[in-house]
Write a protein that binds this ligand. Sequence first.
Ligand SMILES: NC(=O)c1ccc[n+]([C@@H]2O[C@H](COP(=O)([O-])OP(=O)(O)OC[C@H]3O[C@@H](n4cnc5c(N)ncnc54)[C@H](OP(=O)(O)O)[C@@H]3O)[C@@H](O)[C@H]2O)c1
Length: 213
Amino acid sequence: MRPEVTVNCAMTADGKIAGRSRKQMRISSREDMERVKRLRSTSDAILVGVGTVLADDPHLTIKGLTFEENPLRVVLDSSGHTPDDARVLDERAATLMVTSEDCQRTWPRGEVFRAGRGRVDLVRALEYLYERGIRKLMVEGGGETIFSFFREGLVDRYCVYVGSMVVGGRGSPTPADGEGLPQDRIVRLRLASADRMGDGILLSYEVEDAERP
Ligand SMILES: NC(=O)c1ccc[n+]([C@@H]2O[C@H](COP(=O)([O-])OP(=O)(O)OC[C@H]3O[C@@H](n4cnc5c(N)ncnc54)[C@H](OP(=O)(O)O)[C@@H]3O)[C@@H](O)[C@H]2O)c1
């Protein structure tokens, strides 16, 4: 069994989730940020890859919520590159660091779960989250992480806000990077809704061939 997975991200009109410096940029409108806040607060856990922690140093918490009310923060970090003082490890919410079984790293704050050799085994990590009572998981990025979730058939819903701006850059991250899928394994989506939100649009998709939890 695994949690229900919603992938949420924001991209520019030319399909980038950050610019070529890979530093965080504001893409969402005010309305979309409110929606993201609601989605976060109705999730049991929020997950990112270590690339996002190193680039953006996010808190992944919701303003106004207590430690107990905030969703569990989950970081995929196979080799333990998250610095001890990363904001995701602060005292505002609980944090689960997921490393590979080869990694011995621990952190002063935050629990560690080890899954897989070399790189984190996502299926095992999600089974563990389910065992811990996590039923709704929000995956916020970045591109390598989202790609892995799609490749493993672990996405139920994909929400992407398209902001009205162009940043360009062949090396700029996109919602699904990684090595790409072969033609015969393309992930098919069903468009559930398209809503204008400020000066951008929110596209919500269901994944047709997700391996249901
Ligand atoms: N616009 C948005 O909505 C949004 C949201 C989030 C992030 N971003 C942007 O995304 C960029 C970061 O994205 P990114 O692709 O570089 O990094 P990422 O997806 O955040 O993290 C990728 C890293 O996670 C680790 N990982 C562990 N297990 C994994 C697995 N099973 N599958 C995939 N990765 C796994 C890998 O490093 P190890 O092998 O070392 O563990 C991998 O390099 C930044 O520019 C950030 O600003 C944008």
